[in-house]
Design a protein around this ligand. Sequence first.
Ligand code: SF4
Ligand code: SF4
Length: 124
Amino acid sequence: MAVVLAGARSVEQLEESAAYCEASDEEKDYAAAFASFPRVSWQGHCMYCSHCEPCPKYIDIADVTKFLNLTKAQGKLPETVREHYAVLEHHAGECIQCGTCETRCPFGVKIRENMLEAKEVFGY
Ligand code: SF4
Ligand code: SF4
């Protein structure tokens, strides 16, 4: 089951959201809208959800992956990211490549590869 939490900045927006309750079945059928969306697959992309935890080496996989992805997106290692990585209690270099995290990741992220890459990028 999925639930949408609608936010509202005004009474009008709230009323627009609440109108769903009185919409016809035809109006509530959003299959056509979904069908018109581009086919986006999140497979292999980290959502930073931490479902892969716990790690036997206590690595915060979501944080390490986030800092790795930020660095890759910028094409260099920003000082702020380096500092945030430094204060993590455990680092990618501690990964023993056991792979248990990958059995729990709903998005098929190659976590072991990411830990190796993070060790390379951050140095530990
Ligand atoms: S590696 Fe997978 S389970 Fe872990 S934080 Fe990323 S998406 Fe979530
Ligand atoms: S593969 Fe590395 S990051 Fe994943 S659970 Fe094992 S030690 Fe932790």
